[in-house]
Design a protein around this ligand. Structure first.
Ligand SMILES: CC(C)(COP(=O)(O)OP(=O)(O)OC[C@H]1O[C@@H](n2cnc3c(N)ncnc32)[C@H](O)[C@@H]1OP(=O)(O)O)[C@@H](O)C(=O)NCCC(=O)NCCS
Length: 140
């Protein structure tokens, strides 16, 4: 299944790494499945440093053909719920997104994330620069 330009087999090593982080209790990692295929993944990582442990860092990806159908909203809800149950003191979920990725920004805003910062030129793709947008969701 094509995954945002990557094949599932190309993503598998990353999934295995994310599962190991979960086993070490450094992250919460959930996948969405349809008809036996993994069609989405979401990870929330927490820093081991005490002064950063009120914050979780979220990364999510939904496979082509399954985007814009509410899977992302559901996966974020379940993942944040799982992170809150797993970690005491989780207050803020943070993510970073390419400023040109309007579809993703809209999906995060729909879920309740707010833009908190824009850092210019963080992404360089085919000679063009794009800003990174930081977004926060208060969860506690
Ligand atoms: C960004 C992403 C995680 C959102 O998950 P999703 O399941 O597609 O989004 P949802 O269906 O839960 O959210 C719906 C909202 O997102 C927007 N949206 C996201 N993808 C869309 C699509 N393919 N078509 C239409 N709307 C889309 C819409 O605004 C929609 O709300 P609306 O219908 O009320 O306008 C997913 O599209 C994705 O993985 N995209 C490719 C990779 C990527 O950009 N990852 C994020 C990197 S930070």
């Amino acid at each position: 299944m094509p995954w945002g330009g990557f094949s599932y087999s190309a993503l598998k090593p990353g999934f295995e790494r994310d599962l190991k982080s979960q086993k070490r209790k450094e992250a919460v990692f959930l996948v969405a499945e349809a008809d036996g295929d993994v069609i989405g993944s979401c990870i929330i990582k927490r820093s081991p440093r005490k002064h950063r442990s009120h914050m979780g860092m979220l990364g999510i990806e939904i496979a082509y053909g399954h985007q814009g159908m509410g899977v992302g909203q559901l996966l974020m809800e379940e993942s944040i719920g799982a992170a809150k149950r797993a970690w005491k003191g989780l207050e803020i979920v943070h993510l970073g997104v390419n400023g040109s990725n309007r579809q993703a920004i809209r999906a995060y805003e729909k879920f309740g994330f707010k833009r908190v910062a824009e850092v210019p030129n963080v992404i360089k793709w085919k000679g063009k620069y794009y800003p990174d947008i930081s977004m926060h969701l208060r969860v506690g």
